[in-house]
Design a protein around this ligand. Structure first.
Ligand code: FPP
Length: 244
């Protein structure tokens, strides 16, 4: 790993969980008169330096929005290209992840992912399960509304089985039924590509996230741009509804 944090980054105030909406691959490719999948391929190549920077910064969880529950609407060509990229990425990186102590997890409806992609994802999850330096949480076939609906269904089933009473359903119960209740909520949510919206990402967990939107297109993202986002985060006063 050849990243060293810049001296002005406050290492005592690093977000434990950083979540990123990796937007702008299509525009990046278009600007080069190349097909959209060329942009996604270069978007994939942008990930590893950011993962390495997060390791050096002692971030615990990095959530990356790679495929939303709405992305199925894209052309068959683009969807199958993204699935193929997932397979290539995991086959290329699973040993690297284990070597560097990176635990791989997925948020999303895995049951809707076709084989062999689902098994490849599960294999990477199992292979890195005991890693603890950084958790790389790939949000794949992920939708924030789906996650909340799935949590509500889990709790409803527990009520039907008598394990839970409706009056026990509160914020804590819902938190515990999310895909990864063990993760802290993301303190910092970054969106690249210049748009300023959540696009159904981590709707529950991002309730108090600091949002940083950058016009940098995802394939151009780098540890330096990550540092710029962290600098913005470090200037914010987090109030959580209080009157500080
Ligand atoms: C949004 O940009 C990006 C995506 C829907 C895919 C993100 C995927 C990667 C960064 C590659 C890594 C993926 C895997 C599977 C390992 P966009 O295409 O909507 O960009 P645009 O707004 O410029 O069209």
């Amino acid at each position: 790993m050849d990243y060293t944090p810049s001296a002005d980054i406050d290492l005592q105030n690093i977000p434990r969980h950083i979540a990123i909406i990796m937007d702008g691959n299509g525009r990046w490719a278009k600007a080069r008169h190349m097909p959209r999948l060329y942009g996604h391929g270069n978007g994939y190549r942008a990930i590893r330096p950011v993962v390495e920077a997060c390791c050096e910064l002692n971030v615990s969880v990095l959530s990356l929005y790679a495929f939303s529950s709405e992305n199925w609407k894209r052309s068959q060509h683009e969807v199958s290209g993204l699935m193929a990229l997932l397979r290539t990425a995991l086959k290329q990186q699973y040993k690297y992840m284990k070597e560097y102590g990176i635990r791989f997890t997925v948020s999303g409806r895995a049951e809707e992912i076709a084989e062999p992609y689902r098994t490849i994802m599960q294999d990477a999850i199992d292979y890195t399960a005991d890693c603890s330096k950084l958790t790389l949480n790939l949000c794949f076939n992920y939708g924030g509304r789906n996650e909340i609906a799935d949590a509500a269904r889990t709790l409803a089933e527990k009520c039907l089985s008598g394990e839970l009473k409706p009056e026990d359903i509160d914020e804590g119960a819902l938190c515990g039924a999310m895909y990864h209740p063990e993760f802290p909520d993301p303190e910092l949510l970054i969106r690249t590509g210049g748009e300023m919206r959540l696009s159904n990402f981590l709707l529950w967990e991002a309730a108090y996230s600091e949002l940083v939107c950058t016009s940098v297109l995802w394939p151009d993202f780098s540890p330096q741009v990550l540092e710029d986002c962290i600098r913005q985060y470090q200037k914010r006063t987090r109030k959580f509804g209080d009157a500080k």
